[in-house]
Design a protein around this ligand. Structure first.
Ligand code: IPE
Ligand code: IPE
Ligand code: MG
Length: 254
């Protein structure tokens, strides 16, 4: 532990960032990466320029999370509602995983990061699935940070599917209605082998969940910032963690 501590400290100091308490780092951080469109608009650029810039931020946050010892980083990249956007924007967003992974995958492999996908694969283009599947395959034995991409993810869809599957198991006689517990429900969600997020970050000043992890966020600490996602950096991430560390999590107790 001490060795790990001095490692972190040294690395953090090199990067000129500081955290108060490395013992109480949130194990699962979930981020709603919002504000790419507004970032671009303020510069008179097309929205896709904001998405391109936003993609570069992922790197910084992944590195920082890994350094701090965060176990799971969930990134909301595309919601089930984002299909409503203009076709050229959707097409661009669906190319982002390939763009990101074509450059970053070797580093993720090296940095012991394990890539994971959370979302409905059915309506994703095959080129998007191929890129993500390749990353999942190449990082499947890694034991460090789990990088969980929420892609075509919607929490209500996730819950509906879970209920349909449990109902089918009941019809098949494998479970009785009174045997359905919150643990059983959690085991049917797309996060089944992950712990619930400890910290949720949303950028861009929007104070809402936009259909993100409604079940899993029951006791998560929330941190909102006006910073637009393309402007988000390591310092903001540390600020969120520092604030998290000052919160008292009571889970209904005292
Ligand atoms: C977040 O940025 C990225 C995605 C939702 C894919 P937005 O594209 O929502 O940016 P704003 O909210 O319009 O500024
Ligand atoms: C949430 O952001 C989805 C992602 C960040 C991927 P949106 O920009 O889609 O959310 P709303 O529409 O403002 O609620
Ligand atoms: Mg938005």
């Amino acid at each position: 532990m001490l060795e790990k501590f001095s490692n972190w400290k040294a690395k953090l100091q090199n990067k000129k960032v500081e955290t108060n308490n490395i013992e109480n780092v949130p194990k699962h951080v979930a981020i709603i990466m919002d504000g790419n469109g507004r970032w671009a608009k303020r510069r008179g650029l097309p929205r896709i320029a904001g998405h391109r810039e936003g993609m570069n931020v992922i790197n910084k946050v992944v590195k920082q999370a890994n350094l701090l010892g965060v176990e799971v980083l969930t990134l909301y990249a595309f919601s089930t509602e984002n299909w409503k956007r203009p076709k050229n924007e959707v097409d661009f967003l669906m190319r982002l995983p390939e763009r990101y992974l074509s450059v970053e995958l070797p580093k993720l492999v090296e940095e012991n990061v394990r890539v994971r996908l959370m979302g409905c694969k059915d309506s994703l283009p095959s080129h998007t699935i191929a890129a993500v599947d390749d990353a999942i395959e190449k990082t499947k034995h890694n034991t460090g940070l789990v990088l969980n991409f929420a892609l075509n993810y919607g929490s209500r869809d996730e819950i509906v599917t879970a209920i349909q599957n449990i109902a089918q198991e009941a019809v098949n006689g494998n479970i009785k209605p009174n045997e359905i517990t919150d643990t059983i429900i959690a085991q049917h969600l797309m996060t089944k082998e992950l712990r619930d997020p400890d910290l949720l970050i949303r950028t861009s000043g929007e104070i809402r969940l936009s259909n993100f992890m409604l079940w899993q966020l029951a006791y998560t600490e929330f941190w909102f910032t006006d910073v637009l996602w393309p402007d988000f950096n390591e310092q903001h991430f540390l600020e969120a963690i520092n604030i998290y560390q000052q919160r008292a999590r009571r889970y209904g107790g005292i």
